[in-house]
Design a binder for this molecule. Structure first.
Ligand SMILES: Cc1cc2nc3c(=O)[nH]c(=O)nc-3n(C[C@H](O)[C@H](O)[C@H](O)COP(=O)(O)O)c2cc1C
Length: 157
């Protein structure tokens, strides 16, 4: 979904989306990620710019930014925690949020193309690794279903 109406996301719905993210599994249950909730229009525009001018991001009334917190994983899992688990933790949490938002009737799109340093500046943090930007809003378009590889092509064995 890359177009959103201006209809706000109700607080209860947002709570459910964030609770779903918080229910996601994580390595050693360390939850080595942080979620930034961005609702102010000025901030959303800055995020859209940081995401290489993907301005549909600013259209969504709610934008979540999922960041890996490598410092939370490193003490227990060392290099693997930093390089892999913290990023997977953030990724799974974002996926859960995306599924919950979709189940509640919202549109979302996973945004991975952005300038890391620019996103960090918007968030005011330089100690985290931005992993995904997730705009959430009521659908402003009806996109055609996208194709997928045949299962026989991607499932082995
Ligand atoms: C890691 C990742 C990065 C992505 N980055 C972007 C992005 O920066 N901008 C965008 O519009 N879509 C982005 N997408 C969405 C994909 O383009 C989309 O999921 C794919 O084309 C399949 O379409 P569907 O999700 O509507 O089925 C990204 C998806 C993933 C998983």
């Amino acid at each position: 979904m890359r177009a959103f109406t201006a209809q706000p996301v109700k607080a209860g719905d947002l709570e459910q989306i964030l609770a779903a993210a918080n229910a996601a599994p994580s390595a050693g249950n360390l939850q080595a990620y942080e979620i930034f909730l961005v609702t102010q229009e000025k901030q959303r525009v800055l995020l859209a710019r940081a995401a290489l001018d993907q301005f549909f991001i600013a259209q969504a009334p709610v934008v979540l930014v999922f960041c890996a917190n490598q410092a939370r994983s490193a003490p227990k899992y060392r290099e693997r925690g930093k390089r892999l688990y913290a990023i997977q933790d953030a990724t799974i949490a974002c996926t859960f949020a995306m599924l919950a938002a979709t189940a509640l009737g919202f549109g979302t799109v996973w945004v991975g193309a952005f300038d890391d340093a620019a996103v960090e500046r918007v968030l005011g943090r330089d100690d985290l690794l931005p992993v995904a930007i997730l705009p959430i809003g009521y659908p402003g378009e009806k996109p055609e279903p996208t194709p997928r590889r045949p299962l026989a092509d991607l499932v082995h064995g």
